[in-house]
Design a protein around this ligand. Structure first.
Ligand code: ATP
Length: 257
């Protein structure tokens, strides 16, 4: 029996970048948002991308998720290289293989809970299979949304809206879910409930999640934490407590000062 534990950093990669650079503007106005980043995020793992404001977290997530293009380097999703895909292919890939959760929920206001959760299937022009319907029903139960199917987003609390966004992201069983500050618009108690749901999707369903956050409590739910500063990965750690994460951030800021 192999008793050697696999560290989060060694897990099989579900998404990755190599020698990634991202620049905005030209000449004297050039901003280096990301500098020579090479990372893989593990399948079935919860990875947090932490860093101070302006460190490049959202840019890294957007490039990894095919929402933005790199200036340099390569991007993979699963075994497929994303870097050279055209817009139509990228859209298809995002729809079929990536789930998104945003700070502002990004639900369609005119659709009810059911309509929002079914949206990825509708956009893809296909009906969920029986197996997918059973999975969606299970998700609705787990996320406490079964009684809310006919409610529109404005009739739901922030926490309920984020649970709809989580159900929508999980519904298609994507290769990876990218979550950008998913608790940023929620009070701390509701935020913790959302984090527990994300954690349980990883632990119980093997979902791969990459979460951008500047909140040490949110990052403490992750298996692995990548610390960014000035567009570079400056630390890559296995699970830490919120206190340890705060201390790491303070040390980073002290070193940068
Ligand atoms: N469209 C853009 N044009 C010019 N510069 C940009 C653009 N988008 C981001 N930047 C710059 O790139 C750097 C990284 O930005 P990014 O939004 O990725 O940081 P972040 O860590 O996500 O910050 P925050 O936590 O405040 O959202 C910053 O210096 C930012 O000003």
């Amino acid at each position: 029996m192999n008793t050697q534990a696999t560290s989060p950093q060694q897990a099989e990669a579900v998404a990755g970048v190599a020698n990634l650079g991202k620049y905005y503007g030209d000449g004297a106005h050039r901003v280096v948002a990301l500098h020579d980043i090479s990372i893989g995020v593990g399948r079935g793992q919860f990875t947090a991308i932490m860093g101070p404001s302006g460190s490049g977290k959202s840019t890294l997530m957007h490039v990894m998720a095919g929402l933005d293009t790199p200036s340099e380097g390569r991007v993979w999703l699963g075994g497929d290289e994303v870097t050279n895909l055209g817009d139509a292919e990228l859209t298809k890939l995002r729809r079929r293989r990536i789930g998104f959760i945003f700070q502002a929920f990004n639900l369609v206001p005119t659709l009810d809970v059911r309509g929002n959760i079914m949206l990825p299937f509708q956009l893809d022009g296909k009906k969920p299979s029986l197996k997918e319907m059973a999975w969606i029903d299970a998700l609705l139960g787990q996320l406490g949304l079964a009684e809310r199917l006919e409610h529109r987003p404005h009739e739901l609390s922030g926490g309920q809206q984020q649970r709809v966004a989580i159900a929508r992201a999980l519904a298609t069983n994507p290769d990876v879910i990218f979550a950008d500050e998913p608790t940023g618009a929620l009070d701390s108690r509701t935020g913790r409930e959302v984090l527990k749901l994300l954690r349980s999707a990883v632990t119980n369903s093997g979902q791969s999640i990459v979460m951008v956050t500047h909140d040490p409590i949110a990052a403490s739910y992750a298996d692995r934490i990548l610390f960014l500063a000035d567009g570079r990965v400056v630390a890559d750690r296995a699970a830490m407590t919120a206190e340890e994460i705060s201390t790491t951030m303070l040390n980073m800021e002290a070193n940068a000062a």
